[in-house]
Design a binder for this molecule. Sequence first.
Ligand code: CAA
Length: 379
Amino acid sequence: MDFNLSEEHEAVQFAARDFAKTELLAGVIDRDNQQKFDPALTRKMGDLGFLSMMVLPKYGGGGMDTLSYVIAMEEISKVDASASVIMSVNNSLVCWGLQAYGTDAQKEKYLTQLASGKMVGAFCLSEPEAGSDATSQQTTAVDMGDYYLLNGTKNWITNGSSSEICLVMAQTHPDKGHKGINALIVEKGAAGFSVGRKEDKMGIRASDTHTLMFSDVRVPKENRIGEDGFGFKFAMTVLNGGRIGIAAQALGIAAGAFELSLKYAQERKTFGKPISDHQAIQFKLAEMATKIEAARMLVYKAARLKDQGKDYVKAAAMAKLYASDVAMWVTTEAVQVHGGYGYVKEFHVERLMRDAKITQIYEGTSEIQKLVIARELLK
Ligand code: CAA
């Protein structure tokens, strides 16, 4: 076990930290207040390579490892979790999914565009009646010979209005259950494809979350990912990696709230001394730092296992389960350390607390992570 970061990993950390401070920090409160998704910022992230970090150089990506990706996710999430969810979905669900399972033609057509930062993608699994119970897909993809006829509604889709392509899971053979589901690449301009309402969210308010509707959308057969019926396995496999990304996001939210608390505690005075001199605050800071370090170990372990080509299903679920709980706990304590200032927007920690909550919900709730871990332990 090597607990040190390589020079390359430190360079990624520096670049992501710099981007977060120079480009994201200034407008983060305003974007949250106004629920303002800023396409120019997404484009900048794309130009700098943050949206396609693990895509191979032959497709125009950074060719980096998962550890680099989680290091960058942590730094960007410290400042702006709305930006980092866009980054996470594009990197781990869309780009990685296409790279691992797409055909050469699909990679040439779509992955190269995604890697150039010119387009972002969306991952469409959740439905009004299929969130945790993801095998219950109601969206249908009827086999019409050389195309699929797609009908249905997808909910809470990150990059919903900004994505140029969507990876859509849909049922083709209901009699086969989850083995009848297909994953299809659907282009934004397709006839019958419409973007529905934007969600008014508690946190990550500057990310672009929409309902998407498909009404008799014709999807060419060559846009199916993998064999007929591979769609659910595709979604689950891709989500295993996605969960490492969201664990890194949770870690970053916690670490960002901790850094603000550490600074504030040394500046704010009560009873004639900085509050960091009070043991009540010292204990909070000590516990926050310890939990964050433990979460970082789990996130790095899952990333390392993935990079080594080993099984990372359990490690990814553990990292997300633990890091998201740490994010919720640390951000709540950060508000407490800040007292009244913590409850107002300009001190950032109340936003981080709201942002933390979603990490216990998306890409599999904490309860689903426990189910995945238990199944791995018992199999
Ligand atoms: N990795 C690989 N395969 C998996 C898997 C995993 N983590 N979990 C399940 N599978 C496979 C199973 O092996 C099984 O395949 P086989 O029959 O070939 O063995 C198949 O999937 C179905 O699994 P189960 O029989 O266990 O089905 P289930 O209904 O009992 O449980 C579930 C399935 C694990 C609960 C699954 O539905 C699940 O993970 N739900 C959560 C869905 C989720 O994470 N949604 C996130 C939405 S995307 C998002 O949030 C993106 C965003 O915008 C931020």
